[in-house]
Design a protein around this ligand. Structure first.
Ligand SMILES: Cc1cc2nc3c(=O)[nH]c(=O)nc-3n(C[C@H](O)[C@H](O)[C@H](O)COP(=O)(O)OP(=O)(O)OC[C@H]3O[C@@H](n4cnc5c(N)ncnc54)[C@H](O)[C@@H]3O)c2cc1C
Length: 362
């Protein structure tokens, strides 16, 4: 058996690690010159989108012997709408670094590999790789690569603007902004890396050309709004933009011995565009199948169900006006509502669906 993995990101590396744990190895092709030349940002890994996993770090460690050290845990998540602010408290998840950072999750995964070789500076082409290997893992993080091979339904193309910001932050508190004036049908968020540094981002669907043209304007408003809400002047460093970031789902998790993992599968939740947990899981599942320990398509079913549920939620939130977003934010002051959202066994996706129902069922 000869396995090739195209892409040394979360899904590809988790797949290689799991193969190793079952006595196999893989050739990993990475187009970058080293691990982590992706986006240098903080991301949130929140199990709340993947019920019943309550602590993803513990889950990966105990169930799959894959060890991840987050930068911090999130205890409070603030929601700010045009005229309201509220927060939800609890075990909301973890903050982790991505990209060039010393402890980025891709670097942590790569360090755990023993036998698999990573071929850097290798932009792999599926047609060539599939001739040389018995098994191929498509893990490029780019759904357009899946689309070369099979149908892939795009739920939304997304645009980002963001930056590393300096300020005075509480490490385990994340802020989110839902305001159509500067993140139409999307959101802004601040994830602290430390007490003095954080990632500030706006992300929204690219449904209208005008929204893309106005990205700088939106971004400037986000920075002002974040400074106002946090009551401080944020210092902006390393600004970045991303366009055409596709969120979607493929039709076939595997075709023959080709496995689609991570974003190439659709292991992402369209509601907020979170894909870390699903990407790692799908990489693990593909390896388990190759090692005769499971059936990839069956294992992926819960992930794809999360995707579908989350897409319903996304379509719901896309219909909300700023006034309705205010009402929802206000409702978060209610203890019962908070409980519904953070109840571990219910899962936040279901909890939020309940919360949005009155607004979306009309
Ligand atoms: C700005 C931003 C913020 C995000 N925030 C969050 C968040 O807070 N929480 C969350 O859960 N998710 C978040 N996501 C989504 C999450 O990052 C992705 O779902 C996840 O990284 C996908 O993992 P992957 O393994 O599929 O791809 P990646 O981790 O992107 O890895 C793909 C790898 O493949 C390599 N590659 C690509 N093409 C080739 C090729 N042809 N040959 C060789 N190598 C190739 C790339 O260089 C890269 O190293 C965010 C995404 C973005 C863009």
């Amino acid at each position: 058996m000869k396995t090739a993995i195209i892409g040394a990101g979360l899904a590809g590396l988790s797949c290689a690690l799991t193969l190793e744990k079952h006595g196999q190895s893989a050739d990993i092709f990475e187009q970058g010159k080293e691990i982590g030349l992706r986006y240098d940002i903080a991301e949130l890994m929140t199990p709340i989108l993947h019920a019943p996993i309550n602590d993803s770090v513990k889950f990966f460690s105990e169930t799959y012997d894959i060890h991840l050290k987050p930068a911090s845990n999130v205890q409070k998540i603030y929601v700010h709408s045009e005229n309201e602010s509220a927060y939800v408290e609890g075990k909301i998840g973890f903050i982790n670094m991505r990209g060039k950072y010393k402890d980025s999750y891709e670097k942590q995964l790569a360090q755990q590999l023993v036998h698999s070789k990573i071929h850097y500076d290798s932009h792999a082409v599926y047609e060539n790789i599939s001739k040389e290997y018995t098994h191929v893992i498509v893990a490029t993080g780019d759904p357009q690569d899946t689309q070369q091979i099979q149908p892939y339904d795009i739920a939304l193309p997304s645009a980002f603007a963001g930056a590393i910001v300096k300020g005075d932050f509480v490490r385990n508190e994340v802020h989110t902004w839902f305001n159509n004036d500067f993140a139409p049908k999307g959101m802004g968020y601040l994830i602290p890396h430390s007490k003095t540094e954080g990632t500030l981002v706006i992300v929204y669907p690219q449904y209208e050309d005008e929204w893309l043209e106005k990205r700088n304007e939106f971004w400037e408003t986000m920075v002002k709004e974040a400074s106002r809400t946090l009551n401080q002047e944020l210092i902006i460093e390393h600004e970045f933009t991303i366009s055409d970031y596709m969120v979607g789902k493929c039709h076939y998790p595997r075709i023959g011995n080709t496995f689609f993992v991570g974003n190439c599968l659709g292991a992402i939740t369209p509601f907020l565009g979170f894909g870390q947990t699903g990407s790692i899981l799908s990489g693990i599942y593909a390896a388990l199948d190759i090692c005769g320990q499971g059936d990839y398509e069956k294992l992926c079913k819960p992930l794809l169900k999360d995707y579908d549920q989350s897409l319903v939620l996304r379509r719901g939130i896309e219909r909300l006006s700023n006034h309705q977003l205010d009402l929802i934010t206000k409702s978060l002051h209610n203890q019962v509502v908070r409980k519904i959202i953070t109840q571990p066994n219910l899962g936040v996706l279901k909890g939020l669906s309940h919360l949005l129902k009155p607004f979306t069922s009309k």
